[in-house]
Design a protein around this ligand. Structure first.
Ligand code: 5GP
Ligand code: ZN
Length: 110
């Protein structure tokens, strides 16, 4: 999709610190990390949010990527987050899973 930052990262049009790539998914480091490790996992195909994702098998691929990335980075304790919609904190409207690790997390999240 035009003017979508994560589409451009997925297609390598703009650079990112890639940690994972498969046929349909990429994982890369967040530009503004909120924890010592902060990675975003996104489908290469554009879906604005979980509400628009019609191919639910893609969620399995995204979670499989989370497992592969955390295994590769030897991370056993981490938080995964999907923000859906502005009030939930979504700023980039291309679905992504956050992986946050390397510090104690609070609950409930703010
Ligand atoms: P959201 O608030 O939509 O759940 O998360 C969007 C995330 O994307 C934020 O954590 C933000 O720091 C990250 N982000 C925004 N633009 C870029 C970018 O150009 N490159 C990278 N690597 N991360 C970005
Ligand atoms: Zn996109």
């Amino acid at each position: 999709m035009e003017d979508c930052i994560f589409c451009k990262i997925a297609s390598k049009e703009i650079p990112a610190k890639l940690v994972y790539e498969s046929e349909n998914v990429v994982g890369f480091r967040d530009i503004n990390p909120q924890a010592p490790t902060h990675i975003l996992v996104v489908p290469k195909k554009h879906f604005a949010s979980l509400n628009e994702l019609d191919d639910i098998s893609l969620m399995g691929e995204l979670l499989n990527a989370v497992k592969k990335i955390t295994k590769k980075l030897e991370i056993q304790e981490y938080r995964t987050v999907i923000n859906t919609g502005k009030s939930a904190g979504q700023e980039v409207f291309h679905i992504h899973i956050h992986i946050l690790a390397g510090r104690d997390m609070k609950w409930p999240p703010g």
